[in-house]
Design a protein around this ligand. Structure first.
Ligand code: ATP
Ligand code: MG
Length: 264
């Protein structure tokens, strides 16, 4: 299904004409339109400082846009919605809570849907299982590796059973092997849980390995400059020819973008 043929109920997130400027500064981005379909993994790719994190925070409802509008599941997104969840580069676990405590943290906050104690425990246990930490529930953050801590952060997000997961470079602090494991885990888990993802990354390989669609951000002020639908079967390792062709195409686009930005 192409973006043009998607019905309104197919969208998790739809944003049009977004602009954002920090107080007293030039706009970081403007005229940005970006949508994510339900169950779709979209990677927002771009060089350092092009405004990816700022855009993600605006789309997630953490800061209001200077112009434009955002709809989440068909309704205006004016603040973070409990049917969405966030994962950042740092796992930000609470040191006095164990894996279960951290994975369940926030699930009983006021704006979250009410859950019975049993439903709360079941959801947390299921999320911990999904990220491969079953049997490690009693460990505290000081006993967790970086990869395990990021698994807990992912479990905390999944426990909310979100329709859309916003992730800002969630694996960039991890070593290459752990990172590859986490990328595969993310794809597997969100497909199984039917969760859409908007993942910010500056890693082309990561985008190609996980995305259904790659959106390239660049320019000053930032904008969406290209988009690729990634039509390569998962898991993508083993489809090397298609992966390399797409990587070269993205690198080409990045070089063209760099040239125009430097000439401005
Ligand atoms: N709180 C802030 N106040 C003022 N300017 C900011 C703030 N946060 C970011 N910026 C500026 O906005 C621009 C975009 O930053 P942003 O963090 O969104 O980029 P990014 O693409 O996520 O970069 P990176 O890949 O390094 O994470 C940069 O010029 C940055 O200096
Ligand atoms: Mg960033």
């Amino acid at each position: 299904m192409t973006a043009a043929t998607a019905e309104p109920q197919d969208w998790a997130l739809q944003a049009q004409g977004l602009r954002y400027a920090y107080a007293g500064s030039e706009p970081v981005f403007q005229d940005v339109s970006l949508s994510v379909r339900k169950r779709e993994i979209v990677c927002l790719l771009g060089g350092s400082g092009c405004g990816k994190s700022s855009l993600l925070r605006v789309l997630a409802g953490l800061q209001p846009p200077s112009a434009g509008n955002i709809e989440f599941l068909g309704k205006a997104m004016l603040e973070p919605d409990p049917r969405s969840a966030l994962v950042f580069q740092q796992a930000s676990l609470l040191p006095w809570l164990n894996v279960t405590g951290n994975a369940g943290f926030g699930l009983d906050f006021k704006h979250q849907p009410r859950l019975t104690r049993e439903a709360h425990a079941a959801r947390v246990a299921q999320a911990i299982d999904a990220v491969g930490l079953k049997g490690r529930e009693k460990l505290y953050p000081s006993a967790l590796s970086g990869g395990m801590a990021q698994r807990v952060a992912l479990a905390r997000a999944l426990a909310r059973e979100p329709e859309l997961l916003f992730a800002d470079e969630p694996f960039s602090a991890l070593d290459a092997i752990t990172r590859a494991e986490m990328q595969a885990l993310l794809v597997e888990v969100v497909h199984r849980w039917h969760t859409a993802v908007l993942l910010v990354t500056h890693d082309i390989d990561e985008a190609i390995l996980v995305a259904d669609r790659i959106v390239l951000m660049g320019g000053k002020p930032g904008n969406i400059v290209r988009e690729w639908t990634v039509d390569i079967a998962q898991p993508r390792i083993g489809h090397n020819g298609d992966v390399i062709a797409l990587k070269l195409d993205i690198l080409d686009a990045l070089h063209a973008l760099q040239k125009t930005t430097n000439n401005d």
